[in-house]
Ligand binder design. Sequence first.
Ligand code: GLY
Length: 130
Amino acid sequence: MVDPTTQELLRLNQKLLDCIAEADWKTYADLCDPSLTCFEPEAVGQLVEGLEFHEFYFKLGGANAPHHTTMASPHVRIMGEAAIVSYVRLNQRVSADGAPSTRAVEETRVWQRRLGVWKHVHFHRSMPTP
Ligand code: GLY
């Protein structure tokens, strides 16, 4: 039986991934703390702070092709008012010629609860080790 806090964090994290796929900036900004930090391939080795960097990609629009995002084998570690959600993110897409493909990335996302509300405060995404 998964405890309610773990369920809530998994729900919020999936909502975050879905709003990224849908280029839903309002939901993304609502789920994230304005001081969000990250390491991700798009940041080419730099630690990025704030939301502006991410908004750039949302303004480009969502993926045009059908897509679906899955957290594979998610693990949730709750440490009081902070939590870590780690998993392999699977992005399924269909290319213009109709061919389906799946891309996997490793993600660790950190959430912080303030006044009873969980906000996304840090993430790290990297390519899986071959
Ligand atoms: N690049 C935005 C995110 O993965 O949260």
